[in-house]
Design a protein around this ligand. Structure first.
Ligand SMILES: CC(C)(COP(=O)(O)OP(=O)(O)OC[C@H]1O[C@@H](n2cnc3c(N)ncnc32)[C@H](O)[C@@H]1OP(=O)(O)O)[C@@H](O)C(=O)NCCC(=O)NCCS
Length: 183
């Protein structure tokens, strides 16, 4: 499935055939791969071609640069995911508030279906954003992400037919809920 965590200037996407195939494959527990050693680091110039290529194929923004915090997720030392965020003021039910807004996020296909996005988020929260608000815009077509937001306790602050905006108010580092699939 394609979808996006995005600011309003980015595209909202529809599911792709590849993603549906990935979903079918990962629902067969016997084929579920285990998870290797996870770590994160700031994205560097040498990551840009990898980020741009995956972001383009998924129709997501590849935001690496001034004003954006960009990170890669490594599994056994190999890049498997990307997440970028910006600090900005966001209108919430409590007024205009500073929010670390996630503008792009993805896992490569082999890393999906194992709860790694939330574990990526948990690592980044422990290392870089232990408290405060985080937010994201999710496509209404991205049922997988919408489920993850529900499981993670994110609060819906506004929506349209195409997207839903969520915030999460962290009082302590974000903790990834245990995956049903044991990731
Ligand atoms: C969307 C994406 C980031 C999801 O990451 P992921 O870590 O692989 O997510 P998972 O598939 O492990 O988790 C979602 C699924 O696990 C379930 N899940 C995970 N943890 C759970 C928990 N603790 N309790 C209940 N359900 C849980 C969700 O309900 C959902 O189930 P599904 O099989 O019906 O889809 C990834 O698929 C991706 O990169 N897709 C392409 C790019 C993209 O969409 N990026 C934009 C993100 S907004």
């Amino acid at each position: 499935m394609r979808g996006t965590i995005s600011i309003s200037s980015t595209r909202i996407l529809a599911p792709s055939g590849n993603e549906r195939a990935t979903t079918r494959a990962r629902r067969q527990p016997a084929e579920r791969p285990s998870t290797g050693a996870l770590s994160t680091r700031r994205a560097s110039p040498r990551d840009i071609p990898w980020i741009e290529s995956w972001a383009a194929s998924l129709g997501l923004p590849a935001v690496v640069g001034a004003g954006t915090l960009s990170f890669v997720l490594l599994e056994d030392g190999q890049r498997v995911g990307y997440m970028a965020a910006r600090d900005q003021m966001v209108d919430t039910p409590l007024g205009s508030e500073p929010v670390r807004w996630i503008v792009s996020a993805f896992l490569v296909p082999r890393a999906r279906g194992r709860g790694l996005l939330m574990r990526f988020g948990a690592l980044l929260s422990q290392q870089h954003h232990r408290q405060g608000k985080v937010g994201a815009r999710i496509s209404t077509a991205n049922t997988r992400m919408l489920k993850l937001m529900r499981v993670g306790g994110w609060t819906k602050i506004r929506s349209s037919r195409q997207w839903v905006d969520f915030v999460l108010d962290l009082r302590a580092p974000f903790g990834a809920a245990p995956s049903r699939r044991g990731g």
